[in-house]
Design a protein. Structure first.
Length: 236
């Protein structure tokens, strides 16, 4: 996927940022750079990139703070984020995903692997949405054509992964979906995920949906499903 997609690199190690930018340009992307959290956040608002490579350890604002601010701004809320970090523990991964990251790459990394992950995340962000333009479950309504989610007519901001997970669960019409199946449908192949990753996304999704998040039921040892109210279904 190399059709001049804009990629913003927010990385304070300038040599690394230049190397990544060079390889992105060679792959046909349009790279942009920022070297601290505050300027990265401003740059994201200016160019609205197709994807952001975001280092966690940044001056001015941390990568976690940048991701959180991006996710609450309607102009940038839907931009896929790949976190770049030297931290490799599960706890660090959970923090990054909870802040709104769609993928997580640990330094040092192969540029070939990074390019493959970028392509996968971009492909997933443009993948065909569920066939119904409108999906409903109780007070939750999804518009897949506009990527808009409302609960009781109040808009809720979700990450791309959270949006696709919710759409998959509602399309399941009460069917239990295993973590592996949710990974395949909502995240796709080529992205490093674990069962814990799905759990983190579902936890964040429940929190954002408020009381409606209680409809997402954990089926112990299997996965998740949405318990649809009897009078509610999906609409085309």
């Amino acid at each position: 996927m190399s059709d001049s997609k804009r990629i913003l690199i927010i990385e304070d190690e300038r040599d690394l940022a230049e190397l990544v930018a060079l390889n992105l340009e060679r792959a046909g992307y349009e790279p942009h750079q920022a070297h601290d959290g505050r300027s990265g956040l401003a740059r994201a608002g200016e160019i609205v990139p197709d994807l952001i490579l975001l280092d966690i350890m940044l001056p001015e604002l941390t990568g976690i703070e940048v991701a959180q601010r991006l996710r609450v701004d309607p102009a940038t809320a839907g931009i896929p984020i790949i976190m770049l970090t030297a931290k490799a523990t599960e706890a660090d991964e959970v923090v990054g995903l909870t802040a709104g990251a769609d993928d997580y790459v640990t330094k040092p990394f192969s540029l070939g692997v990074l390019l493959a992950r970028i392509e996968t995340v971009l492909r997933r962000s443009q993948a065909a949405e569920p066939r119904s333009a409108e999906l409903r479950a109780g007070p939750v309504e999804i518009r897949t054509d506009t990527h808009r989610v409302t609960v009781d007519n109040e808009e809720v901001k979700l990450t791309l992964t959270e949006f696709r997970l919710l759409a998959c669960l509602i399309e399941g019409r009460g069917t239990v979906l295993s973590r592996k199946e949710l990974m395949r449908r909502a995240i796709g192949p080529g992205v490093r995920v674990t069962p814990r990753t799905i759990d983190v996304h579902v936890t964040a999704l429940r929190r954002k949906l408020g009381e409606a998040g209680g409809m997402i039921e954990t089926v112990r040892g299997v996965g998740y499903r949405i318990e649809q109210p009897a009078s509610t279904g999906t609409a085309t």
